[in-house]
Ligand binder design. Sequence first.
Ligand code: TYD
Ligand code: MG
Length: 459
Amino acid sequence: MARPARAAFVCQNCGSIASRWAGKCAGCGEWNTLVEETDAGPVPPGTGLTRTTRGRAVALEPLAGSSQSAPRIATGLAELDRVTGGGIVPGSALLIGGEPGIGKSTLLLQLAASLAAAGHRAVYFSGEEAVAQVRLRADRLGLAQAPVSLASETNLANILATLAEGRRPDLVVIDSIQTLWADALDAAPGTVSQVRAATQALIRFAKSHGSALLLVGHVTKDGQIAGPKVVEHMVDTVLYFEGDRGHPFRILRAVKNRFGATDEIGVFEMAGQGLREVANPSELFLGDRDADTPGAAVFAGIEGTRPLLVEIQALVAPSTLGTPRRAVVGWDASRLAMLLAVLDARCGLSFAQTDVYLNVAGGLKIAEPAADLAAAAALISSISGVALPQNQVFFGEISLSGAVRAAAHMTTRLKEAQKLGFKRAVLPQAGEVDTAALTLSLHRIPHLKALAEQLAPCD
Ligand code: TYD
Ligand code: MG
């Protein structure tokens, strides 16, 4: 027997349910996120989900057994393949989030066109743009001839009915999940219950038909995918498409992947003809460097399995404020605070009267602790006013004692630096390096003091 529908207040941030409206969500503490939604029972009717009254025993299997690695469809976009771990898995669901205008629709249209051109059936549902708009974009991307099946639709039942017709789709793109609505639910599109019901029904279709499902998700102002976290739990893979609007570079990053690693990134460049893959990102991020400016150091980093060289810039300037300003773009602010404290306590370099700005060039965000040494070099160079040699790279993690710790994949970093014409590397003393094929000179330091003495000799 169906329960009568009852009103509930659902937090649009965390999905927790309250029986009464309140300004602040008791679950996550966010303000103004409770929205009244009619709860039509645990299973929304009309979404293809049925309630079973009695359970049925399922066959239990041992953990050991014949297992095949997940079959994959190579997408034709090497950077996307890299992030997903080798291609898209049939029957899996993938959520891609990113700020408006970052290029999600462009990426997915290029993906659909690429798969369609390879003979797969790709269906693209746009809830945000009319068919003519998508066509116009395809025209501009030079993809108008790709046999993608296109529709502008937001009604979930219509989408499911369309998908059930004709040849089984290999790829289903929904742009975006927030625009869909199931008419059985009273809530507005984009609310928690609508997003959840639509995701559930689409995943069910994808799993039973072996189609890969790609959902676009909007992000909130603090960069999280909007809607309940439960959507992120329901899908197999969550990707973020990020970048700085002022820069053409876009980075695709996996934050969850049931079929592969989550530390790989894909790098794209937004050009006139859509997104272009960037096979060698180091060249891109080091593209326009100023010669002889103090405060710039090149960090030899690793993203996933791929080395990535990027410039870290620091500016240290006398402060007029009681509390000097510290501003960081692309790095962790608390790591900068730690580094400044270590430079003060262990190397005698005081930043107490100065404003400090730190910037990672190209709009990249670095999370690796091995960037410490490069950031320190940039800071020391800026405070002493001496430019670092152009042909030098840095990497190594700095501990609170000022010791420089070994980093992972040291040889890979050095090889990349050498390939790009760098002649010298400053790196930790600890840790093994395979010097067989290396011609660049290695300056191995045990402590940050060694770097400080070399760059800013005490007098
Ligand atoms: P879009 O894919 O619509 O972003 P999203 O779906 O994430 O909101 O990207 C739109 C932006 O990309 C827009 O600001 C213009 C830019 N763009 C280009 O620079 N070149 C192109 O070829 C295309 C199609 C878009
Ligand atoms: Mg879009």
